[in-house]
Design a protein. Structure first.
Length: 157
């Protein structure tokens, strides 16, 4: 429930990015990406949860390797409200070997084919990051990575 309330707080706070239309867009993108592949709602929920479970340590690892500023810059390339990304943008944030580990882990947890996961991750990663970015400050930079890591912890519980 913590993530839900954090999203509502971001929507209602003029000092944070986020709106109902962004949330609708993110939800619609996730539903479209998964339903186009024949993934039902329950499996979609498991998929998003598994992705969140992977993203937390992956972002922490990337922050330790490249530093907070570079990670925030990469996260900024996704932009708030962005629900798609190029393969190069996803690869800049998560190198191919990390993506492969992500795909294998999520496939084991959800039963979804690795080929299907490979095709929808460029849609799902930006959607989840956009959701997390809804709590970023509206002026200046900062707050986004810290808040993203906090919100990812909510996905795990």
């Amino acid at each position: 429930m913590g993530l839900f309330f954090d999203v509502l707080q971001a929507i209602n706070n003029p000092n944070q990015q986020g709106s109902v239309s962004q949330l609708e867009s993110i939800t619609r993108s996730v539903q479209q990406a998964t339903s186009n592949q024949g993934i039902d709602a329950g499996t979609t929920q498991s998929l998003v949860s598994a992705l969140g479970s992977f993203l937390q340590p992956a972002l922490q690892q990337q922050q330790s390797m490249m530093g907070k500023n570079q990670l925030e810059t990469l996260l900024g390339r996704f932009g708030t409200g962005t629900t798609t990304a190029s393969a190069s943008t996803v690869s800049a944030l998560f190198p191919p070997q990390m993506q492969q580990q992500m795909i294998q882990t999520i496939a084991q947890k959800t039963g979804i084919s690795p080929n299907i996961l490979r095709s929808i991750l460029p849609l799902l990663i930006p959607a989840v990051l956009s959701l997390l970015g809804m709590g970023a400050k509206t002026t200046g930079t900062g707050g986004g990575v810290r808040l993203a890591l906090i919100w990812l912890r909510h996905l795990l519980w």
